[in-house]
Structures are given as structure tokens and as C-alpha cells.
Design a protein around this ligand. Structure first.
Ligand SMILES: [Zn+2]
Length: 397
């Protein structure tokens, strides 16, 4: 965005459609690659790669603004996975607390999404107002935030920059789908019926899902076993309401791959911090009917060796498309070879069309500009006052 010669970047993502090993250049924005004080900063709406993945390439002098917990989560993730971020933010986003950068007034709105500490952003400059949804939904654990936005919307919006993940090119667009509550119920059912371990496969950064799996397990008499990564992410949220390693019904299993990582980095304080909560193969095997385990394919062999997988049920709780990729196919084969049934319990991180329609009604923008969709041409079928824009095109708000 540009106003009075000053510029602002909202999100700097790596396209989800580009293979991981392929290089993606920074967009041609002056100041991203080199020092240019007219670039006032990058504002990250939430900690998902398709919103922050190119930030590591940006010049160290570029100011960065994001949620405090989001930054802490990505700092922890950097130790365990390639999808973290160690750069320290210049400032933090806070729910409905406006701040100014040069000619821009920015108001973050905490929202309901599968990433923790995610925001929509109202940006005002030169008497005009743009509302960027970021990624959001109305069927997660923080759905109340979506309703609050509709009850207390910004006074005036010229442009609504709106995500449309569920506006799809083929098949039926999704008007409605499973909610986070539905997923908790489905997990509970699996916990009741599985004779052995429930192997829950979800992203440790999907905190809503962590809570759903925990609640489902405990209500069915099972403790939750997380790995070191998940324990670190839960701690990074800084919230005592998120299942933490020291909770009565939470234990920590440190798989071989993470033990090796800790030893290589000499980061022994990471295991020391969860020492009293650790669980090992023998206890996992003996109590397998009383536990839900956060599972990843790399743990498969070590768990199978110690008899932990006898009678197990696996639950895929991420985007089902990943199962069609080579790693997903290998995982399915591993489970099938051992007679472990695979269920899918997943709720989307993105608003369904019926909720996006409520959003457009509630925010009453002058125009709706589609983003974050593979079928922006279909927006006029569902929403009024749609104004499509092309990548790389400059236009007035
Ligand atoms: Zn997202």
C-alpha cells in the first residue's frame, strides 16, 4: 500500500502452490531487498507460511509487526522445523488497539483461524479505509470474535480485501462444512472405540486442534501425549488455558528425531523442562488404550518396535490433500501394512461461503476485492460489489 510517498506491505507469503525446493523471489517492492526508509514495514497477519514465508529473504532493516504470541510460536518452531522465523518484531499487534506508521493508521482485529494469534487489519490513510481479512473463519474455537466483528464493525470501509479459500474453481463451492466442535466430537468417538493408541496427526501450531484433541481425549478417559515440539509451541502461546506439558492429563514423548536434534544443538534445557512429564515406550505400550498420541510418520518405526501400535487407530487432522503427496502415500502404506485404520477428522481453517456472505453484509464495504482464492472469477456469484484486481496492478482504494 502507498500513501503520501510512504509504503506498507501486508503479509509476505510464500505461495502454497510452489514446491518447497523451488526458489521464490521477493516481490518487486523497493525496500524489501535493500534499505529504503520509505518502506515503513511489513505487517504479518498470522504465522502461516503462505503469509510470512518470504520474510527471511527481506532486508534485516525492514520493520516487522506481528502478534506477540505468533512471534514466540515461530521462534520455537524455528528450532524444530524449517517453517519458523527467528527475526524479532519491531512492534506487536493487539486486538482493536490502533497504531500509526507514517500516514497509515492500522487497527488489528484478532480473528478466528487455524493459526494462533491471527489478525484482520484495518488500514486507514488519506481519508480512505481498507479492511484486509487475513485468513479467518467463523467455525473455530474463537468464533465469538467473528460475531464481535459483525456486531462492532469499523465505521466505514471503502475496500474489503477478502480471502476466498472456499470459493473454488471446480465442484461445488463450500457453503458449510465441519466445525471445530464437530471435530472434537469425532475425536471423542474414535477415543471411545479404539482398543489401542489414538494416533492424532495435526500441526502442533494449530492450537485450536490441540485443544479439541485434548478435550476429546480427556472426556473419553485418555491422557494426551505430545512431543517436544508441541510442548514448546503450547508454552510459547503464554496461555494457561492451552494444554501445557505440566497439566495433569498431558505427558511428553520425545521421539528419536527430536532427541537427536536436542543433542546436536546441546539444547538439553528443552528436555530438562519436561523431565517430570516424560513418557517412554514401555508405558506407552502398556497404557495404549488410555492415551491419545500426537503422531508423525517419523515416529512410526520406533513405536512399532515397542508394541505401542497394537490396536491403534490413526486420525488425519490436516488438509486431506497432503495424503495424496508422496509423504502421505508412504504414511498410508505404513499404516495399512500394520492393519491400522486411518480416519479423517478435519475442519477447515477458512470461512465457508455462507459466513463470508455474513461478513460482507456486516462490514458493508463499498467494494469487495477478492484474494487468497483459486477462483476469484466466481466471487460475483456469491458477493455484491466485487471488483477483481490483477497481481502487480496498482489501483486506488
Ligand atoms: Zn492461514
Amino acid at each position: 500500500m502507498e500513501a503520501q510517498g510512504a509504503r506498507l506491505v501486508l503479509d509476505l507469503g510464500r505461495p502454497i502452490t510452489v514446491p518447497k525446493d523451488e526458489d521464490v523471489p521477493l516481490p518487486p517492492v523497493p525496500g524489501l531487498r535493500d534499505v529504503d526508509p520509505s518502506l515503513l514495514g511489513v505487517i504479518l497477519s498470522h504465522p502461516h507460511l503462505d503469509h510470512f514465508g518470504l520474510l527471511e529473504k527481506a532486508h534485516a532493516s525492514v520493520p516487522l509487526y506481528m502478534g506477540q504470541a505468533a512471534a514466540a510460536i515461530l521462534r520455537e518452531a524455528a528450532f524444530f522445523s524449517p517453517s519458523g522465523l527467528t527475526r524479532a518484531p519491531t512492534g506487536h499487534l493487539r486486538h482493536r488497539e490502533p497504531f500509526t506508521l507514517g500516514p497509515f493508521a492500522i487497527t488489528p482485529f484478532l480473528n478466528d483461524h487455524s493459526a494462533f494469534d491471527a489478525y484482520s487489519l484495518l488500514v486507514e490513510a488519506e481519508g480512505r479505509a481498507l479492511f484486509y481479512t487475513g485468513d479467518l473463519r467463523a467455525h473455530g474455537r474463537k468464533a465469538a470474535l467473528f460475531d464481535q466483528l459483525l456486531r462492532r464493525p469499523p465505521a466505514h470501509i471503502d475496500v474489503l480485501l477478502m480471502e476466498g479459500t472456499h470459493v473454488r474453481p471446480d465442484g461445488g463451492p463450500e457453503h458449510r462444512g465441519a466445525s471445530e466442535e464437530d471435530i472434537e466430537a469425532a475425536f471423542r468417538q474414535t477415543c471411545v472405540t479404539s482398543p489401542g493408541l489414538v494416533l492424532a496427526m495435526f500441526s502442533p501450531q494449530n492450537i485450536d486442534r490441540l485443544v479439541s484433541v485434548y478435550k476429546a481425549g480427556v472426556s473419553a478417559g485418555r491422557d494426551l501425549v505430545v512431543d517436544l515440539y508441541t510442548a514448546a509451541i503450547a508454552a510459547a502461546t503464554g496461555r494457561e488455558t492451552i494444554p501445557q506439558a505440566h497439566w495433569e492429563h498431558v505427558r511428553v514423548y520425545v521421539p528419536q528425531a527430536q532427541r537427536t536434534k536436542v543433542i546436536r544443538a546441546r539444547a538439553f534445557e528443552r528436555v530438562e523442562a519436561v523431565r517430570s512429564r516424560r513418557i517412554y515406550g514401555e508405558e506407552l505400550a502398556a497404557r495404549r488404550g488410555e492415551l491419545v498420541l500426537l503422531f508423525r510418520a517419523s515416529m512410526g518405526d520406533e513405536l512399532a518396535r515397542t508394541g505401542c501400535l497394537d490396536g491403534a487407530t490413526a486420525v488425519w487432522s490436516m488438509w486431506p490433500g497432503y495424503l495424496r503427496e508422496p509423504s502421505g502415500v508412504a504414511l498410508s502404506t505404513f499404516l495399512a501394512d500394520r492393519g491400522i485404520p486411518l480416519a479423517i477428522h478435519h475442519a477447515s481453517g477458512h470461512a465457508f461461503i455462507a459466513d463470508l456472505q455474513r461478513l460482507v453484509d456486516g462490514l458493508a464495504p463499498q467494494r469487495v476485492v477478492p484474494i487468497h482464492s483459486f477462483a476469484t472469477d466466481r466471487f460475483p456469484e456469491f458477493f455484491p460489489r466485487v471488483d477483481r484486481k490483477n497481481d502487480g496492478e496498482w489501483w486506488r482504494v
